[in-house]
Design a protein around this ligand. Structure first.
Ligand code: SF4
Length: 346
């Protein structure tokens, strides 16, 4: 039965909800490894290219109260996170994005906490697009209004991300008591209505069921400009209300990546290095992901604590991992030694 579903996905046929649920429920080692193989085959049909995305965190001053129960990013939430509050100046943002571009990374994510109606996102978009050739993703959750979304479009922002994390409303309200799922949905709709590519992903291992994941993945199909789905495994941050909640298992993250790939042949499937662990990047690639995010070059000028866990992927190590699997990291021609890694120039 599983093989039939996999074959339908390989033939580019749309999977039904019951089929996707069956994929999630499978426990046989053979079936799971067939799933990974098929997901990789679909991903590899696009020249085996793997996108790299770096990051700039704009501010950790978050006006959401109470804070999300897993958050170690906002000020004073976890001693493992940034802990002290910051808001990056224009010069700091510029320095950081220039260092990303200089390292040959083609894409940057500018993300920040809530409470600014998207003005911080618009400022970052202006800095990135006026000073670099980087592709840009902006992620300030639902902290956007129609004016700021319009300005992001005016600055040619390539992608706007608003993760719903889970569409199980009970779970959402429990883990994100200061936010409303409806606001995140409306933000995704606003972005899509504006014609900007939407990125919206799942936080997994937070107590959701397989059926919740299936419903969530099918719900995402409703957004016409959906171009990217981040799959993020939960990791507990110290001193947060969820510090004792178990981390998401690697196999669950791999299965979810692979199933997402079987459902969405052409979408970018993103794995932020902090959410899977930098040492596990290869497993996300073996499951069919094609975008590694939170990739930080050696000369990066700012302190970084990953969203989801304090760790992050180093550019050289990520590139070596991608090359080691026979895949092609997308990297721009750069005038300094990173080309010694033998990476694909675009
Ligand atoms: S997860 Fe985001 S919105 Fe929630 S408290 Fe942390 S910074 Fe604020």
């Amino acid at each position: 039965m599983i093989n039939k579903i996999i074959k339908r996905a390989l033939n580019g046929q749309e999977l039904r909800k019951d089929e996707v649920l069956e994929l999630f429920r499978t426990r046989s080692y053979e079936d799971i490894s067939n799933m990974f193989e098929a997901a990789s085959e679909i991903r590899n049909s696009k020249n085996k290219r793997i996108k790299l995305t770096s990051t700039v965190h704009l501010t950790n001053l978050c006006k959401i109260t109470p804070k999300c129960k897993y958050c170690g990013f906002a000020a004073k939430t976890s001693s493992e996170g940034y802990y002290h509050s910051f808001s990056k100046s224009e010069d700091e943002i510029l320095m950081a994005v220039k260092s990303v571009e200089k390292a040959g990374i083609p894409r940057v994510s500018c993300s920040g906490a809530h409470g600014y109606n998207g003005q911080h996102a618009v400022q970052a978009a202006r800095i990135v697009k006026e000073n670099t050739n980087l592709e840009l993703l902006v992620n300030v959750g639902s902290d956007l209004n129609p004016e700021s979304v319009k300005k992001l479009a005016d600055f040619q922002t390539d992608t706007v991300c608003c993760n719903m994390e889970t569409i199980n409303i009970r779970l959402f309200n429990e883990l994100k008591p200061g936010e409303k799922l409806k606001d995140r949905l409306m933000t995704c709709k606003m972005v899509s209505d504006e014609g900007i590519e939407l990125s919206s992903g799942l936080l997994i291992g937070i107590g959701e069921s397989y059926y919740d994941r299936v419903k969530h993945l099918f719900f995402l199909k409703e957004f016409p400009t959906l171009g990217e789905v981040p799959i993020m495994g939960f990791n507990p941050y110290l001193e947060t209300p969820m510090e004792n909640h178990p981390p998401c298992s690697l196999i669950e993250q791999m299965k979810t990546i692979a199933i997402t790939r079987l459902m969405f042949n052409d979408l970018r499937i993103t794995v932020p290095t902090p959410t899977i662990g930098p040492e596990n990047v290869k497993f996300s690639l073996l499951a069919g992901a094609d975008n590694v995010a939170t990739v930080i070059p050696n000369n990066y000028p700012l302190d970084v604590k990953g969203v989801g866990s304090p760790t992050f992927g180093n550019l050289e190590e990520v590139v070596n991992t991608i090359k080691g699997l026979g895949l092609n990291p997308e990297i721009n021609r750069v005038p300094f030694p990173v080309t010694e890694l033998g990476i694909t120039e675009i």
